[in-house]
Design a protein around this ligand. Sequence first.
Ligand SMILES: Nc1ncnc2c1ncn2[C@@H]1O[C@H](COP(=O)(O)OP(=O)(O)OP(=O)(O)O)[C@@H](O)[C@H]1O
Length: 256
Amino acid sequence: MNPSPFLQVHGLTRRYGGVAALDGVTLDLARGQVTGLIGPNGAGKTTLLNALTGLARPEAGTVLLEGENVTGLPAHVMAAKGVVRSFQIVRELSSLTVFETLLAAPPAQSGETVTGALFGRRKWWAQERANADLARALLERVGLVKLADQSSAMLSGGQKKLLEMARALLMKPRLILLDEPGAGVSPPLRLEIVRLVRELKAEGLSFGIVEHDMHLVEEVCDHVHVLAQGRALVSGTFAEATADPRVVSAYLGVAA
Ligand SMILES: Nc1ncnc2c1ncn2[C@@H]1O[C@H](COP(=O)(O)OP(=O)(O)OP(=O)(O)O)[C@@H](O)[C@H]1O
């Protein structure tokens, strides 16, 4: 039995000058599953993540979240609906600690208008405290709590990825979109990332993962969509998709 679609993307198009970064992408992301978004460089994977999280406005096409049309909604609205993407949050010259970095870009919260801040102070403080408690719990969960008071600039590549995941989790998502969680990560922390994704999936979280590390994709993804030249070329299990001659051709840069 196929899991029900959480997010349905139909005919999504986004151009940059003469380049169609997305050229009518149609695909689904299933509820409670890990969906890999793979494909050669320039295929449109990151643009798709951006279009799904309100960071790149599509020119055509639709995005349905549990059947609701959410096409082109801004990032904070998508986040409030439970769709968030990971970001590089550590700046190399940052003097912030790991804990401060996690809290620095506050999650979408009520009372974010000036009026709200003035008239809802008590609520705002309560929310700040709740965020801080949750942040500490998340650092514990991703294995960074011992580094909470160290400079975030000192983190390794893998630790930065874990902090980015904690940051996305702070927004209490239902669907997390991760951009290359395995890039620049040492083998032990790569295992930690795989463990965390599996554990969160078992708790009901849905994932969309853009990744070039095919071993990682094979390990964690229930399903993959292969993108090429702004379109979804092939979908299936990792084994099915990678055995398809069109996928081999796309990676080799040859038209099938
Ligand atoms: N902000 C932008 N301005 C101009 N062109 C862009 C912009 N963002 C993406 N593009 C172009 O759109 C196409 C798709 O880019 P995108 O980054 O989405 O691909 P990708 O599949 O994520 O690639 P990679 O695997 O190399 O990260 C590329 O040709 C890229 O140069």
